[in-house]
Design a protein around this ligand. Structure first.
Ligand code: GTP
Ligand code: MG
Length: 275
């Protein structure tokens, strides 16, 4: 069995920092976690990628091509599609190490995960290669400190969940940048009761909220009915917070359970002395 985290989220939400933080933390715990860079526009990151899509195709290649004439977003989708047309390259680069644990650091264009089929195709390929995958959806906690923003972040998380249909965890990043009061405010949202969010918005004295109160109510119902949207805080300056996230995801993809099974089988094979 092989294990993967598909690290997605809006541009600048902290995906690459998350990946390098997890790699460093795992190394301290004597665990090897690898990272695959799937962002063809990435400039720099402080991890050594196991595989780097830029070795196959760079965003500039797509944008400078006379015929293609892509812009940045179209070019990015083209690069990911090129990766999928070269699965044998990706398979060879990944190697085939049992029990390996790989973070796929994805590009920041959220439409890749909310409605385009290309990432779904990548997921199907990885599952064929025996990967158990958890989607790790990152959102910058600084944009989540009021009802309306939290609701839109929640809707983005929901659309990724519905589109990819995989085990999933939502993470609030950059917690170290939050003021104490913002952190307290955020606590209300960590296990959001949509009705608290909506009350927030009802109290916001804006004409818009008055006019669209019914719509807001309906959105709250959607979130309530799904009741899948929980957020976990991730603080890169707090080892315990990093460990909690890694353990939570390990459990979601049952990492290590097979290893235990292997150890148990091994013990059963050892003949007892008094046999
Ligand atoms: N203080 C602090 N800064 C962070 C954290 N996570 C990311 N940053 C900063 O936020 C900026 C964006 O972080 P990245 O990790 O590059 O974000 P990304 O999601 O990979 O960005 P794209 O790949 O461009 O979509 C960088 O300047 C990071 O140093 C965090 O947890 N705490
Ligand atoms: Mg990045």
């Amino acid at each position: 069995m092989r294990y993967a985290q598909l690290v997605v989220g809006p541009a600048g939400s902290g995906k690459s920092t998350y990946c390098s933080t997890i790699v460093k933390h795992a190394a301290v715990c004597k665990r090897i976690v690898e990272v695959v860079n799937l962002d063809p526009a990435a400039e720099h990151f402080d991890y050594e990628p196991l595989v780097d899509i830029r070795e196959l195709i760079h965003l500039d290649d797509a944008m400078e091509d006379e015929e293609l004439q892509f812009g940045p977003n179209g070019g990015l989708v083209f690069c990911i599609e090129t990766l999928l047309e070269n699965c044998d390259w990706l398979e060879e680069q990944l190697g085939d190490v049992d029990d390996d644990y790989i973070l796929f650091d994805c590009p920041g264009q959220i439409e890749l995960y909310t409605h385009l089929p290309v990432i779904r195709k990548l997921v199907d390929t990885l599952q064929r290669w025996n990967f158990r995958i958890c989607v790790v959806f990152l959102i910058d906690s600084q944009f989540m400190v009021d009802g309306a923003k939290f609701l839109s972040g929640t809707m983005a998380a929901l659309s990724v969940m519905v589109n990819l249909e995989l085990p999933h965890i939502n993470i609030l990043t950059k917690m170290d940048l939050l003021s104490k009061s913002a952190r307290n405010q955020l606590d209300n949202y960590l296990d959001p009761d949509p009705h608290i969010l909506l009350a927030d918005m009802r109290n916001a004295d804006s004409k818009w909220h008055e006019k669209y109160a019914k719509l807001t109510e309906a959105i709250g119902e959607v979130i309530d009915n799904f009741s899948l949207v929980r957020f976990y805080p991730f603080n890169i300056k707090d080892e315990e917070s990093i460990e909690n996230i890694l353990l939570t995801i390990d459990n979601i993809i049952q990492y290590g359970e097979d290893a235990d099974v292997k150890v148990r089988d091994f013990e059963e094979e050892i003949p007892n002395d008094d046999d």
